[in-house]
Design a protein around this ligand. Sequence first.
Ligand code: NAG
Ligand code: NAG
Length: 381
Amino acid sequence: MKQFVRISQLALCWVVLLATRVAGDELEGAVGNTPADTQAAAAAAPTSEKTAAVALELELSNFKMEALMLVIVAGLVANYFYGSRKNAELANIWEKPIATVLQANFSAVGDGRQVLERDSAADLLFYASGRRHCKYAQGHLMLTARQDPIALLNDLTANNHEKLEVEVTLNDSLPGFVFAAVPRKRSKAVNRDRYDVSTFAKIATHDNVPAGIVLFSESADITSQLLDSGLDKMLAGEGGLLEEIYVTDSPAEKPEKHDFKREKRLLATIRLPASTTAGIQSFREALEFVFYMVDYIAEGINLRPETTKKLGKARDEAFKEFARMAEQEKQEALAKILADKRRAELDEVDKMSPEQRRKWEEKDRKKQLKKEQGKRTRRVK
Ligand SMILES: *[C@@H]1O[C@H](CO)[C@@H](O)[C@H](O)[C@H]1NC(C)=O
Ligand SMILES: *[C@@H]1O[C@H](CO)[C@@H](O)[C@H](O)[C@H]1NC(C)=O
């Protein structure tokens, strides 16, 4: 059923696309026909013959249009089935190494039966939990949209390629910092778009950084310790499949509220190689390495005290405005409680007899006076 809906959507898209194209052409034709042209044509041919010829031409072109559309829709349907089947075959191939690594590392993988869950013909997801040093891991296998010509065109023009994105949510007890290794051509966009990278990290240099990779780090201490894990050799550019990796303790987008989630995460993008035995083997090693990194961050990294201090200070500074927002919110909540209380009190007073009310007003006046005095003395101190 879902497939049918998708096909219909696609076909509809194309029909609309074609219709606008045809309408555009006709409009252009109408504009292109200058009065002089029309007059010349009218003079050349007797009117009745001309109308008949135009009508025939119109009919013919209508028929051609319809035939063309039919062919296109049939082509789309065939392509959808062919593309979907091809992707399902590929998903089966890549599911094996993914399942092997996940099952060796996590106690709960997928729903217990299936590792990759199909989100679309080109997108497959996984979820795993139950591993030391992390809360859970999520993955997104992104295949080429072979089933969808429009998305395929987009993939081709954007130079997208097939990849696996992995996001591991780390245990809170792990050290928190921001580090990123990204392809040079993406580095500007990353530094512009990612709040965590642009706020905390700077471009870092290291002897072992492969050409074509840009590092962002908060301190040289972190950079060298992370690269010592063997990360330098796994990064793309050195023949590795790891395209991008982020270790972060802050959100990728600037939070709008002060009570944002502060989770530590490891994100990695692994390029899919050709599905040969050797390709699958290096893909598996890259995925294994991602989970090895989790252990490495938890157990292999020993930040110097001054690094830890620097990290803390940078966060205090960056989150100052959020701390202010939190304080303001607290004050507002308090003020609201007091105002509500006062309103309830006044409601009670409204129900009193004149005598009672007079007494209450007298008492209230004294209370307010005392409060004012209290404030003044506090201010004097
Ligand atoms: C993760 O999986 C690999 C095999 O794919 C295994 O060698 C490694 O020990 C596993 N790690 C953990 C923590 O289970
Ligand atoms: C995970 O973090 C909690 C504290 O947030 C800690 O008590 C627990 O020992 C950690 N578990 C592992 C496996 O690191």
